[in-house]
Every structure is written in structure tokens, then in C-alpha cells.
Design a protein. Structure first.
Length: 312
């Protein structure tokens, strides 16, 4: 194969394919390709574009000596062995700017659905019931929102709260001086103690693995609502279920799970997941927080521009 062959392993906006071809790349577009198939063919390619379904571990990278760059559709780089990529001088590009608005809006949508009991209300009406008192909701006005992680996604969520009459706290271990008239920069302990709602916007690293555990939950305001649109393993799912049962967690909006799809997980996970599925104070979605028509194009535009800037 030519030295500028590129493998694209997930569905992307046509603007990315057209742009790559305009740069002289011969592109193999295989959005249904499995991870096993990708790994068996990777040695032919100079570049590869992936999403969560086709993670790249050390062995796969070592088998592809011609690979010069990896394009990540979206943000989370936990699906790539970054140490191995660095050792092999493989450039890793991502597009977290492309779906930040989508993630923020999804988090807000899940929260509104939870607080207003919209999912069970919709289901009851479809079943012929008209249960008004049972579906009395709660207002966001006057609440304190805590955002953990103030990068692309966290800051996008922070911007959404204008006009909502809420107080917004933010904590980011690796940023400073990011507060503004709408968002108050604070420490983690203060955020936990004072927030009615806590939303996670952090990468998955050794440091953040199961960050939300029993100790974390017990340090939070009683009855707080937890939102996770980051990574499933940012929280200890068993501890979250226990917190929901005790009332320490008043509700949870979970777009991500430790095992996706859920039927891929072990028995211990399956038990926790089934408990979640039977809780009215939980809203679930299948890892689609950044998955909008608009973000599909934005991600393509951002990634293409980064490829242009470092083409070699």
C-alpha cells in the first residue's frame, strides 16, 4: 500500500473523508470494522482514525511500524496506549472541542429529565394513566451545581447555566484562574460539601479511576445528584448503587458505564447494573452524550484541521 494510506474505523462526516483525500491520502473507510480486523490490517497504514470501539493497545501499535499518527474521534485518550505511541513517535490527535457543547447539553437534558420525572411520566401516559401528583418534579432554580473538571466539556457545561438562577462551582486539579462571573473556582472538599448536583468532566487515568467511591460519596452533601458523561470507570458502580439505596445519592444520570455494552461485564457488574435499571431515581443513556448531528461535523472539522497542521 501507499505510504499515505489512512484507515477510518468509525462513521464520520463526509467532510473528513473528502478533506483527507484532498490532502493526498488514500482512505479506507470501514466504519463497521471490528477491533480484531483493525489490528490485523494496521501495519499497512500510515494513519488511523478510531473511536471507542477500536481501542489501540501496545501490542497493536508495535505491530504497525508504518503508523505515524492516530486520530481520535472525540476526546478520551484512555483507549490509546499513549506511552507506546510516544515510544514509537506516533502522533496522537483528538477533537475534544468538537463535541463539548453536545456533552454539556446532554448532561443538562438528563438532569431535567431526572428532576421532573419525565421518563416515568411519559411511560405512564403511554400506558393510559394520568398520574400528576406522583410526578411532581423539582426545580433547578436556587440549586448549587458542582463541575469537576473544567476543560472543554466542563467549561461548556459551565456556560449553559446563564439565566438559570443557580450557583456554579468548579474544581480542576490542573487548572487555575478559570473562574469568572458565572463560575466560582473552588476546592474539591467545598464542592462536595455544598453542591446539590455534581457533574463529572474528567479523563480516565490512574488518578481518576473510581474517583467517585464510598469515601467520595460520603463526603458529599446528602441527597446530591450525580451526573457522569465522562467514563464509566471514573466511579465505583457498587458504591454508587449503595449510595442511591441509602439516599446519600438522591439521583444519578449516567451516560457511561464501566462495561459497554452492559452485557459485556462480569457477574458483579451485572448485579449492580440490574439494580440501577430498577431505580426510578436513575436516568441512563448508551454513551451518546457527545453524539449529535452537529458534533459529528464539528469533530470532523477539528480533526481535519489538526491533521493539516501536522501533515507529514
Amino acid at each position: 500500500m501507499a505510504t499515505k494510506d489512512i484507515l477510518v474505523t468509525d462513521y464520520v462526516h463526509p467532510i473528513l473523508i473528502d478533506g483527507l483525500r484532498g490532502l493526498g491520502y488514500s482512505t479506507t473507510y470501514a466504519p463497521e470494522m471490528s477491533r480484531t480486523e483493525m489490528e490485523s490490517l494496521l501495519h499497512h497504514y500510515r494513519g488511523v482514525i478510531i473511536n471507542t470501539r477500536c481501542a489501540l493497545g501496545r501490542d497493536a501499535l508495535l505491530s504497525a511500524p508504518s503508523l505515524r499518527w492516530i486520530g481520535r474521534l472525540g476526546s478520551g485518550l484512555d483507549i490509546i496506549d499513549l506511552e507506546a505511541a510516544s515510544e514509537m513517535n506516533i502522533r496522537v490527535l483528538s477533537a475534544p472541542e468538537g463535541n463539548a457543547t453536545a456533552v454539556a447539553e446532554h448532561a443538562l437534558g438528563m438532569l431535567l429529565a431526572l428532576m421532573n420525572k419525565l421518563i416515568s411520566a411519559d411511560q405512564s401516559v403511554r400506558e393510559g394513566s394520568w398520574l400528576r401528583e406522583q410526578h411532581r418534579g423539582r426545580e433547578l432554580s436556587g440549586k448549587t451545581i458542582g463541575i469537576i473538571g473544567f476543560g472543554n466539556n466542563g467549561s461548556a457545561l459551565g456556560r449553559l447555566w446563564h439565566g438559570w438562577n443557580v450557583r456554579v462551582l468548579a474544581y480542576d486539579k490542573y487548572l487555575t484562574a478559570y473562574g469568572n462571573d458565572s463560575v466560582q473556582e473552588t476546592d474539591l472538599a467545598t464542592l462536595q460539601h455544598e453542591s446539590d448536583i455534581i457533574s463529572l468532566h474528567i479523563p480516565l487515568t490512574r488518578e481518576t479511576y473510581q474517583m467517585v467511591n464510598e469515601e467520595f460519596i460520603s463526603a458529599c452533601k446528602s441527597g446530591f445528584i450525580l451526573i457522569n458523561t465522562s467514563r464509566g470507570n471514573n466511579l465505583d458502580l457498587g458504591a454508587v448503587v449503595a449510595g442511591l439505596r441509602s439516599g446519600q445519592i438522591g439521583g444519578a444520570c449516567l451516560d457511561v458505564l464501566p462495561f459497554e455494552p452492559p452485557d459485556k461485564g462480569p457477574v458483579s457488574f451485572a448485579d449492580s447494573f440490574q439494580q440501577l435499571c430498577h431505580m426510578d431515581q436513575v436516568v441512563l443513556s448508551p454513551h451518546i452524550a457527545g453524539w449529535t448531528v452537529e458534533s459529528k461535523r464539528k469533530i470532523a472539522e477539528v480533526l481535519l484541521e489538526k491533521i493539516k497542521q501536522c501533515e507529514w
